[in-house]
Design a binder for this molecule. Structure first.
Ligand code: UT7
Length: 333
């Protein structure tokens, strides 16, 4: 059991929201674009369709809708928010931060707001940063968004990536609690992995300009799927085991595992390696694909009815960087 120190201040999740775009891109749609089949995609990834944001909308628009969904459901007041942290690899623009754009669209004119990019591990990184702010006692209400419009960077004619990725946004509200909340987080990165998963064009290394064909060629997401797969399974398993061990827990103490949704076979392999009981590793990849920083909050949001007050939930993610980690919290809603 986790020992709770007297007077310890926790950051508890007290609200959750999500937004998924209307437009669907099904496996049948992809069959018309590239040499692939519904059967192959389902067998190798577990994905049947993904959602694609309209081209005239941006990452901030999804995040705004996810936050509106949260405040309506949990009766929150945006005027109470002290800080807004947005995990995204697909900002609306280089500057200002997408967090500032979201804040402006929601009329939050006096909030500390910034972006952080840790690719598919972004939500875990941002959650730990937000929890740390709340634990200091100086911040009382912190919004943590995971949002990505990754379809902008996916080459629809590349069958090694177009089958995997979709758009979405999720958000949680953090508040202080003396009874429990975020209990632990173990987060790591290793830049040696950057060659296996990246979008190289459009930054300062390969700036996007009219005559820069080099950048144009590099504007799409590229990955070495097999290498990423192998590292994802190993790193997420190791991170979960580290968190369990240092909290004197076993996997049987964990009610729900919410892994990053990159491939159903990765989710299953991590579940097997951890020996988690059947049905406790949550998944919603079938209809959303990999929404990068949004997968974890969206997976919790869509499974909210199963999670009960006091349940222990373990999150784990892996992505570009490489970046990875695991965190553990008590569900306080
Ligand atoms: O958030 C982190 C981000 N990314 C990930 O976690 C992705 C991790 N990787 C993966 O999910 C998988 O590696 C993929 C789904 C990308 C690929 O699955 P795989 O089982 O590793 O397939 P593969 O690349 O080894 O390809 C196996 C075969 C090959 O044919 P041959 O050489 O055996 O004849 C490929 O050419 O399947 C072929 N193939 C396809 N066939 C139909 C590859 N992609 C496709 C496709 N449709 N889309």
């Amino acid at each position: 059991m986790i020992e709770i120190l007297p007077n310890k201040l926790f950051a508890a999740i007290t609200g959750i929201g999500g937004y998924i775009p209307q437009n669907k891109r099904s496996n049948e749609d992809l069959e018309k674009l590239v040499d692939t089949s519904n059967e192959w995609i389902v067998k190798r990834t577990g994905i049947k369709e993904r959602r694609i944001l309209d081209q005239d909308l941006a990452t901030s628009d999804m995040a705004v809708r996810a936050i509106q969904n949260l405040i309506q459901k949990y009766n929150k007041n945006l005027a109470d928010v002290d800080a807004l942290i947005v995990a995204t690899s697909t900002p609306d623009m280089p500057m200002p931060a997408t967090a500032n754009i979201i804040a402006q669209k929601l009329g939050m004119t006096n909030v500390w707001a910034f972006d952080m990019n840790a690719a598919c591990s972004g939500f875990l990184y941002a959650l730990d940063m937000g929890a740390s702010l709340v634990e200091t006692g100086r911040y009382k209400n912190v919004l943590i968004v995971g949002a990505d419009n990754i379809s902008t960077y996916v080459d629809v004619y590349d069958r090694s990536t177009n089958i995997l990725f979709g758009d979405g946004a999720g958000v949680v509200w953090l508040e202080p609690s003396n009874e429990g909340g975020i209990m632990d987080a173990y987060l790591r990165s290793n830049g040696d992995g950057r060659e296996y998963l990246h979008i190289e064009g459009g930054g300062t290394q390969y700036p996007m300009s009219d005559d820069n064909n080099n950048a144009l060629e590099k504007r799409y997401l590229k990955q070495d799927g097999k290498t990423v797969f192998k590292h994802a399974v190993q790193s997420m398993t190791d991170a979960c085991q580290t968190v369990l061990k240092r909290n004197n827990l076993t996997i049987n103490d964990v009610n729900w595992l919410v892994p990053h949704q990159a491939n159903q076979r990765i989710i299953d392999a991590v579940g097997r390696a951890l020996d988690i009981p059947e049905g406790r590793a949550l998944s919603n990849i079938e209809y959303l694909g990999n929404t990068i920083a949004a997968t974890i909050p969206l997976c919790i949001w869509e499974n909210i009815k199963q999670i009960k007050t006091g349940d222990l939930v373990m999150l784990t993610a892996f992505g570009a960087g490489f970046s990875w980690g695991a965190s553990l919290f008590k569900w306080m809603i």
